[in-house]
Design a protein around this ligand. Structure first.
Ligand code: GLU
Length: 397
């Protein structure tokens, strides 16, 4: 395992910095965190909490970085662990494993302090924070998925930095992510982020455990997660955090498949984002396509639950990249819920697109053919303008 052949590197399976001096340049393919458009930062418990409680000096410096990235125009989402680690100190719970109930109680006590700390440290920069607590169900149930996506989108549009964690006080074992690495990847893909940074106690992926194997080599760039890369996942697990390298690789798989680049970086330095921007050693996992394209592939691959036949005007609008408004819909077939995929056809039966319906089948039938200003009266609630929004549509199937 310690010696990877040059052929392996050239073959594109991976580019390991120490094996290939040119790899860090990688033909300009290494993502530049300074240019992230929408950045998700995952912060592990061990960085935030130690024997003395919250590491406020470190958190202050991190918040300086977050504020910097906001000033550069990047959307920033912080996925922060630490509620349980902090809460158990406040409650003085004995070292060692906690029962689920104790962990949930600790999370309740820790989370409120954690959120307040972010709020207090970002406010002086003029940055507003919002707390978002999610469970696995929010990403598995389509309606909740759409709602949480819309909420995040609105928060970001308002310039807010969402501080996200798992809702540990209500999430029982069956409905838990359990680790924030995978949660962060899910959030990154859901929100169409282009970069995800996992701040950890290691500076990336190694061919073997660097603490025990002197031959272990650091890998700077992974452009495909091969079985060989997966096999490197059995590496260090720190005392506080849930995720080891294995969950980071699972996170990487989710992120890159969703079009998001992911980096694993050593987070304990002050201002770790600046450190990464300044060339600190990390492992980057390259995305498979851009997030929007990945999302459209995902939409196109789903099994449609219904069909919308649209008139010629709507067909032209779709071809121009615009949303499908109820006015252009001639007929609705199938029984689908809000958030389900539907096929969009022209009046000759030619498939034009597939997209996510923003209304269920019954409401779609009621508003088909109506102008946007007529919809509210029919539905009895304030309408969402599009029946299928252009962001939720793969055209030209
Ligand atoms: N949600 C947990 C917490 O905030 C952390 C999970 C993890 O360490 O990945 O304490």
């Amino acid at each position: 395992m310690a010696t990877l052949s040059a052929g392996n590197v050239d073959g594109g399976a991976l580019n390991a910095g120490p094996l290939n001096a040119g790899a860090t340049g990688a033909g300009g393919r290494v993502p530049d965190i300074a240019r992230a458009r929408r950045l998700v930062i995952k912060i592990g418990s061990a960085l935030l909490v130690d024997g003395g409680g919250l590491r406020t000096g470190w958190l202050h410096a991190l918040c300086d970085d977050v504020a910097d990235w906001r000033r550069r125009g990047a959307d920033v989402i912080v996925v922060s662990s630490g509620s349980i680690a902090l809460g158990r100190r406040v409650l003085d719970l004995r070292p060692g494993p906690l029962t689920l109930e104790q962990a949930q109680a600790a999370a309740a006590v820790g989370q409120i302090r954690l959120a307040r700390a972010y709020e207090e440290m970002l406010a002086p920069h003029g940055v507003t924070t919002g707390q978002v607590l999610v469970t696995l169900e929010d990403s598995q149930n389509r309606r909740r998925y759409l709602n949480s996506r819309a909420t995040m989108e609105t928060l970001l549009a308002l310039g807010v930095v969402p501080i996200v964690n798992e809702n540990d006080t209500v999430a029982t074992d069956e409905i838990r992510f359990g680790d924030n690495d995978r949660l962060a990847a899910q959030i990154a893909v859901t929100c169409g982020a282009d970069q995800l940074l996992l701040l950890s106690d290691v500076d990336g992926l190694y061919t073997a455990n660097p603490k025990t194997d002197p031959d272990a080599r650091h890998i700077a760039l992974v452009d495909h997660i091969t079985p060989e890369i997966e096999a490197m996942g059995g590496n260090p697990v720190s005392g506080l955090s849930k995720g080891g390298m294995k969950t980071k690789l699972m996170a990487a798989r989710t992120a890159v498949a969703g079009g998001c680049a992911m980096a694993i970086a050593e987070g304990s330095v002050l201002r770790p984002l600046s450190a990464v921007a300044g060339g600190a050693r990390v492992t980057w996992f390259l995305p498979e396509g851009d997030p929007q394209a990945a999302r459209k592939r995902w939409i196109a691959a789903m099994k449609p639950r219904g069909e919308l036949v649209v008139d010629a005007g709507a067909a032209r609008a779709l071809a121009d990249g615009r949303s499908l408004l109820p006015a252009g819909v001639r007929s609705v077939a199938g029984s689908f819920g809000r958030g389900d995929p539907v096929l969009i056809l022209d009046e000759d039966g030619t498939t034009l697109a597939q997209g996510i319906a923003r209304y269920d089948a019954a409401d779609s039938r009621r508003i088909a053919g109506l102008r946007s200003d007529e919809i509210g009266a029919v539905l009895g609630y304030d309408p969402r303008a599009a029946l299928v929004h252009r962001d939720d549509m793969a055209v030209g199937r």
